[in-house]
Design a protein around this ligand. Structure first.
Ligand SMILES: C[S@@+](CC[C@H](N)C(=O)[O-])C[C@H]1O[C@@H](n2cnc3c(N)ncnc32)[C@H](O)[C@@H]1O
Length: 322
């Protein structure tokens, strides 16, 4: 999906995620509790904050404030303006970093005054907002301002992990385990009420069993942490509910299954949006060139490597406005 609708769907996936409040959330997928990312921001803020008195700073597609957190560790009361299209992310950010002004906005069209910031930063965020977002962000910088980004690398370490997670959810969804669970639960309740025969119940259970075996195989193949632990949670929850079916109302079970389906869909959507957002070398060069043509100079364009992997974790892009 592309165009504005893709953005709207994506906002839903991300909001579902941030409603769960995950510390250091950007890094939970991609395996990157990466010191190399933290080092990049520490060095960036140490250098830029030392050079400026009371800079106006914007963290774009900020999530719950991973980058803002790096700046606040250096200057605890620093007011960083923060923007994301997920309200839940911003509410969490305001709890963690009180005093940071927040605006819910699509980074493709930030409703902020042109040339009003000294520093604009984004970590694994701006690339989600489409190919014009970099120019939009650059337009927010005052003369002498600096734009610093960490961007997902197409086929990099985080990309590969998101791809594997997405494929795991695809494999799970192809088992139709939630649909078959719904049938088996419904038959179980009907049996308890005397509204279906034991044979009908056993038929529903027989149809459900291969999906459960398929899930067990997926867990053996991909491990309990695959897809952010969702498979393992699903397996444990289904086993628990199935054993204790009579303790629940049928509507509770239906709602719970619908909730699991929505959670899986949002997770898959979020993984896919990361894959769609990643930049290859040519995208990076093309988009950077457009900004360089508008009176900016290149300070840094590089890749950060993940510890213990041959794959890069992120593009770095730092551009300064003359
Ligand atoms: C991978 S997370 C990174 C969050 C944060 N920068 C960090 O490093 O933890 C991507 C973030 O981009 C936000 N996002 C995605 N598309 C966006 C858009 N078009 N406009 C604004 N925010 C967006 C999501 O809500 C999410 O918070």
């Amino acid at each position: 999906m592309s165009g504005p609708e893709a953005g709207l769907h994506s906002a839903g996936f991300w909001d579902t995620y941030w409603r769960g409040t995950h510390e250091n959330a950007a890094h939970q997928e991609g395996g990157a509790q990466e010191p190399v990312l933290a080092r990049f921001w520490e060095e960036f803020f140490r250098r830029e904050l030392a050079a400026r008195a009371e800079p106006a700073i914007l963290d774009l597609a900020c999530g719950n404030g991973a980058v803002t957190g790096h700046a606040r560790r250096l200057v605890p009361e620093l007011r960083v303006h923060c923007s994301d299209f997920s309200l839940s992310a911003l509410l969490d950010l305001q709890r963690r970093y009180p005093g940071c002004p927040c605006v819910v906005a699509d980074a493709a069209h930030p409703p902020l005054a042109a040339a009003s910031f000294d520093l604009v930063v984004s970590q694994f965020g701006l690339e989600y907002a489409g190919t014009t977002a970099l120019e939009e962000a650059a337009g927010l910088l005052a003369p002498g301002g600096v734009l610093a980004l960490l961007v997902h690398v197409h086929e990099g370490a985080i990309y590969r992990e998101c791809e594997s997670n997405r494929d795991t959810v695809n494999a799970l969804q192809s088992l139709n385990i939630l649909g078959l669970a719904r049938e088996a639960f419904a038959a179980g309740f009907a049996l308890n009420r005397g509204e279906c025969s034991p044979d009908e119940f056993r038929a529903a259970e027989r149809a459900f069993t291969p999906a459960v075996r398929g899930l067990e195989q997926l867990l053996r193949d991909r491990g309990p942490t695959a897809a952010g632990g969702l498979l393992q949670q699903l397996y444990q929850d289904i086993a628990h509910m199935y054993r204790r079916m009579s303790a629940y109302e049928p509507d509770d079970i239906l709602q719970w299954l619908a909730g699991l389906g929505a959670e899986l869909g949002a997770y898959r959507g979020r993984m896919q949006s990361m894959l769609d957002a990643a930049w290859n070398q040519s995208t990076l060069d093309t988009l950077a060139e457009r900004v360089l043509a508008r009176g900016f100079r290149l300070v840094q364009r590089d890749q950060l490597a993940v510890t213990g992997s041959t794959l890069p974790a992120a593009w770095t892009l730092v551009l300064a406005r003359d």
